[in-house]
Design a protein around this ligand. Structure first.
Ligand code: PMP
Length: 402
């Protein structure tokens, strides 16, 4: 990278960081837990404040301007999510707002998959990703079993060497009764890009695919009109992508299987949350999702490159995707998450030690399906507001602890 380009990137990052009041207010702290939830830029905070102080009302219920304005904002947000995903058929697809990815995946499972599956069908789901992307599918199997409908749940195969799904094994795991696949876009522990562009080829044109995009929305451009992302559901958390806590969405393409219709009376939506999501997506467009992702990945690479030289640490995930000098093409590379263990300091202790030096990281079993507390690790997940200087400071502390 040329010096000029480098300066431009630094100036850009400084100006973006300056838009996060909580970050600016705490220069002594480094928030490195953005895979759990992101901090919020001024534009989102302002949108929330403006909404609550100018037109807060219930949506779709009033014959007065505030209620109408609320309805309009929610419809705009719905349209905005479709735009954000590059939806080629917005008149056909649907967006349902949820409290996050967990609720979103459960909506797909309970309100769509239940209706779609028949006795003897098979589904393929991930057994070593976030438990939010396993529990709902197992619950569906149990609920259908209670009705006398048997559904077989098979594990989406992994390949150890590359850390993503085993697309060759997948081809043989798919049978005539395979009716649904649930996958993860970017792994929340290993940071690996799961190469979901290969899924469609492996499962054929008719099997619906549900994508957990919790760790990719806001990091990678998501284009559902692109054949590489020919999935049927995209589920993500708004709060990991700069919107308020308790926000998220399910996008449903609605071209394979029944139309998704969330069951039951929906009640009052999280209006202010939806307003924050609208503002967050607008803000992300302004700064550029690809640029955010590139910055975050660069920080993760900077951390990984030096951490892997310290014998005291074991970095979790695919070794081939770790280094900046890897020959793997970018699509097979790791995104901005680095998870590791110290070989003799328990991870929860390491989390406390790091906080005593001002670093906020995640230190537990990271909600990974099948993992328990003895599988604890430390996860560093930077965002656009983090700096190379923070990563270097963290490395100094980790080096001292080695
Ligand atoms: N899936 C993945 C891959 C995640 O990283 C997370 C959050 N850590 C979730 C699902 C659950 O998201 P939420 O807590 O917003 O429901």
């Amino acid at each position: 990278m040329s010096g000029a380009a480098h300066d431009t990137d630094e100036a850009w990052q400084r100006s973006v960081r300056a838009q996060f009041p909580i970050i600016v207010a705490h220069p002594e702290l480094a928030y490195l837990d953005s895979a759990a939830t992101s901090q919020k830029p001024r534009a989102v905070l302002d949108a929330v404040q403006t909404y609550l102080t100018t037109c807060n009302a219930n949506a779709g219920r009033g014959a007065y301007p505030w209620a109408n304005r609320t309805t309009e904002l929610i419809e705009r947000a719905r349209h905005r999510v479709k735009e954000f995903l590059g939806d080629p058929e917005p008149d056909r697809s649907a967006v349902h707002f949820t409290a996050g990815t967990t609720e979103g995946l459960r909506v797909v499972a309970h309100d769509w998959l239940m209706e779609y599956l028949a006795d003897g069908d098979e589904i393929l789901v991930p057994f070593a990703d976030h438990r939010a992307n396993l529990d709902p599918w197992l619950e569906t199997r149990s609920r259908l079993a209670a009705r006398g409908v048997t559904v077989h749940v098979r594990a989406l195969p992994y390949q150890e060497a590359s850390g993503d799904y085993d697309h060759r094994a997948l081809a043989s795991a798919v049978g005539p009764r395979t009716r649904f696949v649930a996958a993860t876009h970017v792994h929340h522990v290993y940071g690996g890009d799961m190469n979901v562009h290969r899924l469609r080829a492996a499962v054929g044109p008719h099997v619906p695919i549900c994508l957990d995009a919790a760790q990719s929305a806001g990091h990678l451009p998501l284009r559902v009109g692109d054949p590489a992302l020919d999935v049927d559901f995209v589920v993500f958390s708004g709060h990991k992508a700069f919107a308020l806590p308790g926000t998220g969405a399910v996008w449903a393409r609605n071209t394979r299987g029944p139309v998704l219709r969330p069951a039951g009376w929906q009640g009052t939506p999280n209006t202010v949350g939806v307003v924050s999501l609208l503002a967050a997506l607008d803000w992300l467009d302004t700064v550029g999702v690809a640029r955010v992702g590139a910055h975050v990945t660069a920080l993760a690479t900077r951390l990984t490159d030096r951490l892997r030289r310290l014998d005291a640490y074991e970095i979790l995930g695919c070794p081939a995707s770790l280094a900046s000098d890897t020959a793997l093409p970018p699509a097979q590379r790791r995104q901005g998450i680095v998870t590791f263990r110290h070989r003799s300091i328990p991870s929860d202790d390491l989390g406390f030690i790091l906080f005593s030096h001002g670093f906020m990281v995640r230190a537990d079993s990271l909600c990974q399906a099948g993992a328990d507390d003895k599988d604890g690790s430390v996860r560093v997940s930077p965002q656009v507001y983090n700096t190379a200087e923070e990563v270097d400071r963290l490395l100094t502390v980790l080096t001292d602890l080695a």
